[in-house]
Design a protein. Sequence first.
Length: 219
Amino acid sequence: MIRRLSFNGNPVIGVFAANTEDVVILPPDIPDGTFQKVSDALGVEAVRTFIGESSVLGALIAGNSHGFVTSPYALKEEIEVLKKYAPVARLPGKLTSAGNLILANDSVAVVHPFMGKRAIDVIKNTLQVDVHKGTIAHLKTVGMAAVATNKGVLVHPKASTSELEFLEDVFGLPVDIGTVNCGSGLIGSALLANSKGCVIGSQTTGPELGRIEDTLSFG
């Protein structure tokens, strides 16, 4: 299922939520109707929590079917919510916005090029993925510059040919460029997707939606 939504009038829904094949994590202030629509579109259970007492969950959580990596500032009770669905680890080091820094599906992660070895080991072991350093459109915040599912990878339209070839090689999936919310290249800021469906920011146009459908195999 594909659905266009805003969260309390805000179309940058990917900043405030994170999802896997099994669950979508939403802020506590999401209205019940929106909460259910997101759950239905992705075909997963939905749960409410903060991370580090913040609602910008998409910036602070990276996850897949095997686990979650969170900001080091996540509180114990917040981690307990996530642990009901998969193992959880806090990201060590100075780079703390896990959702912005990690692009992952169930088998591969591409991370900020300055990510330290200790953090990479945590990502590798928690998410059970092969980890590669890289950029997208020369942006180091790869988690906001793209979205990866087990079917495809949609990336910032200014990604270079070498970056696209790199992503195709490491993910072994179709990779294409696109935009969200009427021209934004920060795909991760407005797209929640898994192999079953997606939720996209409410300002996303028909042509943008078509590119999302094709690249992530929703057609």
